[in-house]
Design a protein around this ligand. Sequence first.
Ligand SMILES: [Zn+2]
Length: 188
Amino acid sequence: MRCPFCGNLETQVKDSRPSEDGAAIRRRRSCSECGGRFTTFERVQLRDLMIVKRSGRRTPFDRAKLERSVAIALRKRPIDQDRIDRMVSGIVRQLESMGETDIPSEAVGGLVMEALRSLDVVAYVRYASVYRDFRETSDFAKFLGDEGLNQNSGVAPKATPVPKSEAKDPPRIERGLGEQDLSPSDDA
Ligand SMILES: [Zn+2]
């Protein structure tokens, strides 16, 4: 594996361990030339996927590109990198199991939206704003309203009423969406 710092081909594996629930092997490497340290991941690649853009252009699926767009949406959000890696691996597995080599870019966007919605609602809205090309603040307002994410009412929206027969069970918490902090900034 070529050193990303100096380009030297002589790099050594210092440590190797399973990651992402065994879906990947994480290797710590160091360069014998410049001493640079970096990490590589080894993952099963079931098949070679091609992404088809709206324009009809086909490009090979690039996990790193997917990771970058997810990282931008999750920037400064309090989510462990390992959870993010597992989420991305889950998306890739779903893409690979679609049974097609050509995947429309919309399908990737849809899976990312779905995964982010359950991981972090702020990242979800950020991603949606780019993916759906919001142009005005009213686009955000409409999206939040459609998704039941408006908190103006002070009541958690889209709450599922608990049927009487289950009333003795502990109260259900609807997964996140009504509960999470939607304040614009939580970085001090
Ligand atoms: Zn080096």
